[in-house]
Write a protein that binds this ligand. Structure first.
Ligand SMILES: [Zn+2]
Length: 470
């Protein structure tokens, strides 16, 4: 018995020594291997997408997603798992929208639209009016009330196709969707139609949030997105005859706020438990598809980061939290609530990473941090080279982790390949079949690797930065 005990002790020491002797290259290899051969992200996404479905804030889907992800985190043997209450807005689409272009009385062509999130309904019998097409707010302002009053404003600025980063193209267009109604109301417009934020020509309308800038309810006008094909059709028909009319009917409604939750799990740090590192995505989604890319992918990848750390035999020095934020899409209440509570409790958040750019092949990260921290990141670049991760740039991070920003911490966003993202974004084809298992798993591994490195070397201590390897 004594001999057996001694042997066991020796074996334990050897295995500990072995792990300590592991280089960062070895650890990353283990992490990627674990994710690609033993990952859970794809199975979790399958359930979230195909058993639960869309998860708009306040919906039954959102509620079930909270329960499911909490249950799954409970199974991982983390140190803590809990729900953080947050009140969220509840907007419902109602029955499917209906729209057509009327080129002359009785002659109509149906088109594909969907209400924008937060929009009011049309009158019960729908809304029919002439259409004014503009590309931007300058054109709208130049036209003025005399040309706009009593009409539907049609915003038709396409996403810029020559930008390789499609998020830039989105950024250059999305003010039409978000602010379009509030601007058109100033000139007496009675409705708004917006070209979908989509680089592809197809028949799918893409929803997304919009604002009325707190205008009283009786001044609000219905706003909808139209598919890219139908935007082209409408534009062409308007060029032939500017007197054509557009009809649409939508039945959406803003209800009272309801109770919901952020879902949080934690591995408590072994050396610096009061330093927190967050990895997360948003649990809510739009209602047209099942939100597999936006942001089911980010949710399951973030959950798997904690599991992959454990499976790879890594004991984090700092407290690592997975946070599944509620209500990113139409309110950001979850992100704000998490930061508010962290502040109240005086929790020191040294690092936060969000995955909210789709479950496509990871290319790297974007960092919101100071130069010292960024240089530290650059020194790790060679470690990622075998996994074709090369994009390390300063820039934004993620909407949900944004409120955690301090002068010294590091916020980061996973940056997958973005070419196909806006084919699916906020549309009915954001579904499970559009996500590739290996691409999703590579993303989870890439996130885990970055968390491992920041936990090991700490944030920002220049002297401690990992040695540069070639
Ligand atoms: Zn998202």
């Amino acid at each position: 018995m004594k001999i057996l005990k001694s042997i066991l002790l020796v074996l334990t020491i050897i295995s500990t020594l072995n792990f300590n002797a592991q280089t960062d290259e070895d650890v990353l290899k283990t992490i990627y291997k674990q994710s690609l051969t033993n990952g859970k992200s794809y199975a979790w996404l399958n359930h979230l997408s195909n058993q639960i479905g869309s998860r708009l804030s306040g919906s039954l889907g959102a509620e079930r997603a909270v329960e499911y992800t909490k249950e799954e985190l409970d199974k991982l043997g983390l140190d803590k798992v809990w729900l953080q209450p947050v009140m969220v807005p509840k907007w419902v689409r109602g029955s499917k929208e209906y729209a057509y272009i009327e080129s002359e009385p009785g002659k109509t062509t149906n088109v594909n639209i969907c209400a924008l999130g937060g929009s009011v309904a049309t009158p019960a019998l729908g809304l029919k009016a002439e259409v004014v097409e503009v590309k931007n707010f300058e054109e709208l302002n130049a036209l003025g009330a005399e040309n706009i009053e009593g009409k539907i404003v049609f915003y038709n600025r396409p996403m810029q196709a020559d930008l390789v980063n499609t998020f830039e193209a989105y950024g250059g267009c999305v003010n039409q969707r978000y602010q379009g109604a509030a601007e058109a109301i100033k000139y007496g417009a009675i409705g708004v139609i917006v070209r979908s934020m989509n680089l592809r020509m197809d028949d799918l309308p893409h929803t997304g949030s919009m604002t009325y800038d707190n205008l009283p309810v009786d001044r609000r006008i219905p706003s909808a997105a139209i598919s890219t094909n139908d935007a082209e059709l409408l534009s062409t028909m308007l060029k032939l005859n500017k007197n054509i009319k557009f009809y649409f009917k939508q039945n959406c409604k803003q209800l009272n706020d309801v109770q919901s939750y952020n879902v949080i799990g934690e591995i408590t740090g072994s050396e610096y438990p009061n330093e927190y590192m967050v990895v997360g995505g948003h649990l809510d989604s739009w209602d047209l598809g099942d939100g597999s890319h936006d942001d089911g992918a980010g949710v399951v990848q973030s959950m798997d980061v904690l599991r992959l750390l454990k499976e790879s035999g890594i004991t984090p020095k700092r407290s690592i939290r997975v946070v599944l934020f509620m209500n990113e899409e139409n309110g950001l209440r979850g992100g704000r609530k998490y930061a508010e509570v962290a502040k109240q409790k005086g929790e020191n958040h040294v690092f936060a990473l969000e995955s909210d750019s789709g479950g496509f092949t990871p290319r790297g990260f974007s960092f919101d941090c100071n130069d010292a921290a960024f240089n530290q990141v650059l020194s790790w670049q060679p470690l990622f080279k075998p996994y074709l991760i090369h994009y390390f740039e300063k820039g934004g991070s993620g909407a949900d982790v944004g409120p955690l920003k301090t002068e010294t911490n590091v916020l980061a966003g996973l940056r997958p390949d973005s070419q196909r993202y806006f084919d699916h974004h906020h549309a009915s084809n954001d579904t499970f079949d559009a996500v590739n298992k290996r691409e999703l798993e590579l993303g989870a591994a890439t996130m885990t690797a970055l968390v491992y490195l920041f936990d090991k070397y700490g944030v920002n201590p220049i002297a401690n930065a990992a040695p540069i390897k070639d």
